[in-house]
Design a protein around this ligand. Structure first.
Ligand code: XMP
Length: 525
């Protein structure tokens, strides 16, 4: 096991991700972790980057025991400075911040101990790396040699001449350092001799064991599922870990996709053996949304009503389960949070303060005094898909486009009415079915039909129709922060538009929306 100690860099989780890609098991812990509290001995330690200066009065430092353990250590960025700080405090504020690409030059070390050259073994003499730091080394600590330089730092890479300690100023974990994974592999596999036998299956076993010990033999967990891949994978893990002491709840808010509640129910209960409580609250939501046109108000109503419905049912489920299962109270709330949802990495303040409350369940765990349980919080979306597949979750679900918590309500501009919901659902169903039939579903990141405000004139048969305007939207994106409209074939689009016009009552026009994000967002509100 490689121990990654986190100083709060925005890239820290990428270190663990790269290690996973190398099939090396790692554990990520706050930088202040006391080694005496660990029940295992790491085979190597990586000190991450961080936003601090080692000289700041409140700068975090590792447990000094780290340097007494006699295992290899790699310090990245702040981690390098931390190593230097422990070996004579030769760090200075950089005269200029270095941010972005830099050309790294490797130094040759034929004469010094063999391990010194191991970090950069089999790498080109010159390579591109990514820098992001203010402070830098002003002087080599005693017993260290320089193993790499850039034009701005004479100590872009250092190594201890006797111990297997390395420091690098650049970030090998980001994709902007093209050979970075090789550096991490050299350290983990060649220097630390870490085993490369970690797989998603071992992740499942570890996570199940962790959930079991966290929840205890009688504890119960409740969670909201949406039918999306994240909440389904999280629910399946929970089910595997604690069986019927996990309760999944789906709130049908009336603005889901067409037939979605029934479909999710079938997949979870029949397909995955997860007991699902569906709360049919469509009327309650739609009545509350009546006459409300402001997007923020719509979101608030949906969010608050969701919490009310969930809480009411959760209390009933808890009472019943305590009797029938002879179990303890419900103490945990399951959330399918992924790493990109985690605003900051686990900082040295500890994990509890730094988690973003998921926008769909905002305030719910606090209101019900439930502790969060987040089995996916170190994973990226593509890893969750691999995990979902290995857990037997159907392909269709694993590759499902994301669907926002406020649902179709933010795809209906202005007031949400039952008629507009029906039109959006029916048009969406046709659009998605055609996208699937054309084999384009996976190339597109997200696609849907929205209902515009106002009406337009059309003709149906001999009749003049004052009908709704549908906008179709399909985007490609890797991170949902920026996106671009998908370029459909015009004839294909015309056929889809024709189908919607013929099959969805009340539609006068269909437009295809091509604005990029930015300036637009993916959803309409
Ligand atoms: P925007 O519209 O902000 O959407 O470009 C980016 C991604 O986020 C989803 N989205 C939401 N998801 N609750 C959610 O769970 C929300 O309130 C929400 N708003 C937007 C959107 O579907 C897209 O994938």
């Amino acid at each position: 096991t490689i121990l990654v100690l986190d100083f709060g860099s925005q890239y820290t989780h990428l270190i663990t991700r790269r290690l996973r890609e190398l099939n090396v098991y790692s554990e990520l812990l706050p930088c202040t972790q006391k080694l005496s509290e660990l029940s295992w001995k790491p085979t190597g330690i990586i000190l991450s980057g961080g936003p601090y200066s080692v000289y700041a009065a409140d700068a975090p430092h590792v447990d000094p025991a780290v340097f007494e353990l006699d295992v290899p250590i790699l310090g990245i960025c702040y981690g390098l400075q931390e190593i230097a700080w422990h070996h004579g405090k030769n760090v200075a504020a950089g005269d200029k911040r270095e941010y972005g690409r830099a050309a790294l030059k490797l130094e040759k070390h034929a004469a010094t101990s063999a391990h010194v050259s191991q970090l950069f073994a089999d790498l080109p003499q010159d390579m591109e790396v990514w820098m992001s730091h203010g402070d830098k080394l002003s002087k080599l600590p005693d017993n260290f040699v320089t193993i790499a330089t850039t034009s701005n730092s004479s100590f872009a890479g250092i190594a201890h001449t006797e111990k297997e300690y390395f420091g690098i100023q650049f970030h090998p974990e980001v994709t902007h350092t093209p050979m970075g994974t090789r550096v991490i592999k050299n350290f983990a596999v060649n220097v630390c001799k870490a085993r490369q036998d970690w797989t998603m299956t071992s992740f499942v076993d570890q996570e199940i064991a962790r959930i079991r010990s966290l929840v205890g033999p009688k504890g119960q967990v409740i969670g909201a599922v949406s039918g999306g891949v994240d909440s389904t994978v999280a629910a399946k893990l929970m089910k595997e870990a604690i069986g019927d002491r996990f309760h999944a709840v789906l709130v049908d808010n009336g603005v889901l996709r067409k037939g979605e509640a029934a479909q999710v129910h079938a997949t979870l209960t029949k397909g995955l053996g997860i007991q699902l409580h569906v709360i049919d609250a469509a009327d309650r939501f739609l009545d509350l949304l009546k006459g409300v046109a402001d997007p923020e108000k719509k979101r608030k109503i949906i969010g608050n009503t969701f919490i009310d419905c969930f809480e009411e049912r959760a209390l009933a489920i808890a009472k019943e389960a305590e009797n029938t299962l002879n179990a303890g109270p419900i103490e945990f709330f399951l959330q399918g949070t992924l790493y990109p949802d985690v605003i900051e990495s686990i900082s040295f303040k500890g994990p509890s303060q730094t988690i973003k409350t998921h926008h769909n369940v905002g305030g719910l765990p606090e209101r019900m005094s439930l502790k969060l349980i987040e089995p996916l919080r170190e994973l990226f979306k593509d890893e969750v898909r691999v995990l979902g597949t290995s857990l037997g979750i159907p392909e269709d679900l694993v590759w499902r486009h994301p669907f926002p918590g406020p649902g179709i309500a933010i795809r209906i501009i202005g007031e949400v009415t039952r008629e507009k919901v029906r039109i959006a659902q029916e048009a969406d169903e046709i659009f998605i079915a055609e996208i699937r039939a054309a084999g384009l579903y996976r190339q597109i990141s997200q696609a849907f039909a929205a209902v515009m405000e106002g009406r337009a004139v059309g003709v149906v048969g001999d009749q003049r129709l004052h009908g709704y305007i549908i906008a179709l939207r399909a985007v490609q994106t890797t991170d949902f922060m920026t996106a671009r409209a998908f370029r459909f074939d015009m004839e294909w689009l015309e056929r889809v538009v024709e189908r919607i016009g013929n099959e969805v009552e009340g539609v006068a026009r269909v437009v295809y929306e091509v604005t990029s994000k930015p300036p637009a967002t993916i959803e309409f509100e």
